[in-house]
Design a protein around this ligand. Structure first.
Ligand SMILES: [Ca+2]
Ligand SMILES: [Ca+2]
Length: 197
């Protein structure tokens, strides 16, 4: 999966370790982050993109050629630039959180049980958020968020309350700018960092 200023493209494995030519995802535009997740549980991965300039989180779905996938765009905050995936309300359907860099907010998008994302109101993220880690950090069964805040040099924890609501902010100073965070119970971390534990 490629995300570029020209949009999204899928590179299929040719079965022998190589890749076929990139296939453009129809209708896609500049995306700063992308996640592959089966939102509608049909067995085929859906493409979820944070399309920054468009101000949308867009889902490209369907087990078909990338160019003809169904496209559903959800308006979010300003300059959506990062995604995290988890089942925030424990209904068995995966949901999304997007970080809107342009207005300093986070925003949950809840799966309606048919693969359609419904945006909840944005809430302030306090500091600039560079990466969102996901895990149940307090053991209450609800997924929480761990935010790496870059030059703010802090690790911010937001406890999940279910239904896409996150509260009880706790901040911990770190000794260097933190660009990424990977809770050890999470499989959501998609890039390496020497600061991850
Ligand atoms: Ca859910
Ligand atoms: Ca929790």
């Amino acid at each position: 999966m490629l995300a570029s200023e020209f949009g999204l493209a899928v590179c299929l494995n040719d079965g022998v370790g190589g890749f076929r030519a990139p296939a453009r995802v129809g209708g896609s535009v500049l995306a700063r982050d992308v996640a592959l997740v089966d939102l509608d549980r049909d067995g085929a991965l859906d493409i979820v993109a944070a399309e920054a300039l468009a101000g949308t989180v867009t889902v490209y779905s369907g087990d078909v050629e990338p160019s003809v996938r169904a496209r559903v765009a959800v308006s979010v905050g300003v300059d959506p630039s990062g995604l995290a995936v988890g089942d925030w309300d424990r209904d068995g359907w995966l949901d999304v959180v997007v970080r809107n860099v342009g207005d300093g907010t986070l925003q949950a998008l809840m799966n309606d049980g048919a693969g359609v994302l419904l945006a909840r109101p944005p809430f302030e993220a306090s500091d600039v958020v560079d990466r969102i880690g996901v895990g149940d950090l307090d053991g209450d069964g609800l997924l929480d968020l761990a935010l790496a805040t870059g030059w703010s040099e802090s690790l911010v924890i937001l406890s999940g309350l279910g239904d896409g609501v996150f509260a009880q902010r706790r901040a911990y100073g770190v000794w260097r700018p933190a660009w990424n965070v990977c809770p050890s119970t999470s499989t959501a971390c998609r890039s390496s960092s020497r600061w991850c534990r």
